[in-house]
Design a protein around this ligand. Structure first.
Ligand SMILES: NC(=O)c1ccc[n+]([C@@H]2O[C@H](COP(=O)([O-])OP(=O)(O)OC[C@H]3O[C@@H](n4cnc5c(N)ncnc54)[C@H](OP(=O)(O)O)[C@@H]3O)[C@@H](O)[C@H]2O)c1
Length: 255
């Protein structure tokens, strides 16, 4: 197989201005995909990612949209056909639904605003973008949709994260359902479930973080690049028999 298994493919990575998304965008570009690097408010971060991809010989452009707004996904879809000079009009070969947010409150203090924001961003935007991708991919007869879930889509491992947990359980359910809908058309849908991933400049030392590291069996946080590896594998032609699956990448947290 070519060392660039995604050569000639058009990929959209949402939340690619952030930690995991930027690593995924760079990794897919390294595999030859032309990557649309989506951002919400972090335009500069997305531009840096595009610059780094181009410096490494890859192909990338930015696209901005607030995916917590009900009209955000449509605004992003509207940018697909004009990207890369219209080279991929009508197409989308790989969609990585990575943009996401979190809320931390015990139930008595949880707000309607957080509920709506998280379900819009983590679930509704994923639904709308995946529907658009599904229409394009099924026409082409090939496609990869990869959703970014969480180990909190498997269990509630800490208090205060119930809304987040609810969205990530939804991600797993939608992944399974969509895999049934699209598998017969050559399109796979999978879910990657990270545990705590080291972010820059998030501090990773101190008593709280030391305690969190002990939840893993490898004794450390994950790196964004380690999540990107899992996504790249699922996006590759080699992973065509994996569908509706949740790949947990958590250093042994949920073992
Ligand atoms: N880090 C972890 O430990 C961990 C563990 C499990 C699962 N995850 C999941 O991994 C995914 C990425 O997380 P991360 O750790 O890389 O977080 P991050 O560094 O905070 O990045 C989040 C990304 O989502 C985008 N985003 C946030 N709100 C948005 C909005 N309203 N509209 C559009 N885009 C928006 C951000 O874009 P802007 O900054 O440009 O607005 C950013 O690119 C999320 O789905 C998260 O739930 C992360």
């Amino acid at each position: 197989m070519s060392s660039q298994p995604l050569a000639g493919k058009f990929a959209l990575v949402t939340g690619a201005s952030g930690s995991i998304g930027s690593a995924v965008a760079k990794r897919l570009a390294g595999d030859g995909a032309s990557v649309l690097v989506h951002y919400g408010s972090g335009r500069e971060g997305a531009e840096t990612v595009v610059r780094e991809i181009r410096q490494a010989g890859g192909d990338a452009e930015t696209a901005g949209a607030d995916l917590a707004r009900p009209d955000g996904p449509a605004a992003l879809v509207a940018q697909l056909d004009g990207a890369f000079g219209g080279r991929f009009a009508g197409r989308l070969d790989v969609l990585v639904n990575n943009a996401g947010g979190i809320a931390m409150d015990l139930l008595p203090d949880a707000t309607d605003e957080d509920f709506d924001r998280l379900f819009n961003l983590n679930v509704r935007a994923m639904f709308q973008l995946s529907r658009e991708a599904a229409r394009r991919m099924t026409k082409a007869g090939w496609g990869r949709i990869i959703n970014m879930g969480s180990i909190f889509g498997e269990g509630a491992y800490a208090p205060g994260l119930s809304i987040y947990c609810g969205t990530k359980f939804a991600v797993q359910g939608l992944t399974r359902g969509w895999s049934r809908d699209l598998g017969p058309k050559g399109v796979t849908v999978n879910n990657v479930q990270p545990a705590v991933i080291q972010k820059e400049p998030q501090p990773t030392d101190g008593p709280t973080f030391e305690a969190m590291k002990r939840f893993t069996s490898v004794g450390r946080f994950g790196k964004p690049e380690e999540i990107a590896e899992a996504v790249a594998f699922l996006a590759s032609p080699k992973a065509g028999f994996i569908n509706g699956e949740s790949l947990t990448v958590d250093g042994g947290w949920s073992a």
